[in-house]
Design a protein around this ligand. Structure first.
Ligand code: SF4
Length: 323
């Protein structure tokens, strides 16, 4: 007689991928909120150092955190951000998140001052620094290595696409090879890399979604932020969208692409984000992107429906996500 074991409890949706908030809870023993800090630094893809015009989707205003007002010092932004979060949540420590602009695009003494000022605040548990692959020269890497020895550091590195023709089309002004070198250089110094990707870029096919996960898998990447494509006002993408030269995914297609991507992603990679959204006032399309909760629900529903999990198509069991 064959005995079949009763079905176990089905995993919660957030356990179908290695959710960053769970990893933070394990490391710090508490929930830690991000505070967005604006350094006022620009970008080599905007100021002409590398190119002009910026990425076609870039609308820096969409990244401004609630703590940012033009000209506020880092200390003031930290204080305002902490006060705001504490009106809603009981929390002690925070990550300082340098999101908009390219936050290593300045002379090293300038960068040193910004990050030292931030770490001088005893409530800061770590730094998350957004930058580009072409702004990580040896002196910057030396500084980051030193910071990494003092705090919990993540470098947030935009890849967006693994295909150079697509990167050209979105005016990214760097190649996939440059991303690869930058990720390897950071890893040599034991600095954690969080890769940013956009699914459904113009010129990409459904097969490219899976190839993009494969590209990430062979690199020393420890975290990922997965985004849908959003058209913001006053961007080159807005013009293309209004002229009808680009198409956007609907929510169902994005949820399916996101699930495909996760199924092909290494299970040790921490998933830090699954959507992109901006304020309604500056969002042109798609409408569904404004509702973050609905986007998350659609992805979670798709994971449940397929009984899918991160790394499943690579042959990993679901318990690889908790080991
Ligand atoms: S690299 Fe970042 S900041 Fe620079 S143009 Fe592109 S999206 Fe904007």
């Amino acid at each position: 007689m064959t005995l079949s074991s009763p079905p176990g409890p089905s995993p919660k949706t957030s356990e179908r991928y290695r959710a960053f908030h769970r990893e933070v809870q394990k490391t710090f023993g508490e929930r830690i909120f991000r505070i967005t800090i604006n350094t006022g630094l620009t970008c080599p893809n905007i100021d002409g150092t590398r190119a002009k015009g910026g990425c076609t989707f870039c609308q820096d205003a969409s990244y401004l955190g609630l703590s940012f007002q033009e000209g506020l010092s880092v200390e003031k932004q930290l204080q305002t951000g902490m006060e705001y979060v504490r009106t809603r949540h009981q929390t002690g420590r925070f990550f300082a998140y340098f999101q908009n602009g390219t936050n290593t695009h300045a002379p090293v003494p300038v960068l040193k001052k910004i990050y030292n000022q931030t770490l001088a605040n005893s409530n800061i548990a770590g730094l998350m620094i957004g930058t580009r692959a072409d702004c990580l020269g040896p002196e910057v890497l030396d500084l980051l290595e030193e910071l990494n020895g003092r705090t919990y550091l993540w470098m947030e590195l935009g890849l967006q696409s693994h295909k150079n023709d697509v990167l050209k089309r979105i005016n990214r002004a760097h190649t996939a090879g440059e991303f690869e070198s930058a990720a390897k250089n950071l890893d040599k110094r034991k600095i954690k890399v969080c890769a940013h990707v956009i699914l459904g870029l113009p010129g990409e096919t459904p097969a490219d979604t899976i190839d993009k996960a494969r590209f990430i898998n062979q690199l020393p990447v420890a975290g990922i932020k997965i985004h849908n494509l959003v058209v913001f006002k006053k961007t080159a993408l807005e013009k293309q969208y209004r002229e009808g030269t680009i198409a956007l995914q609907d929510l169902k297609t994005y949820a399916s692409a996101c699930t495909d991507f996760l199924e092909h992603l290494r299970p040790d990679i921490m998933v830090q984000r699954l959507n992109a959204h901006g304020p309604r006032e500056i969002t042109v399309a798609p409408d569904w992107s404004i509702n973050k909760m609905a986007t998350m629900n659609a992805i979670h529903d798709e994971l449940e429906k397929r009984d899918a999990w991160q790394g499943k198509k690579l042959g990993y069991e679901i318990n690889a996500l908790t080991s």
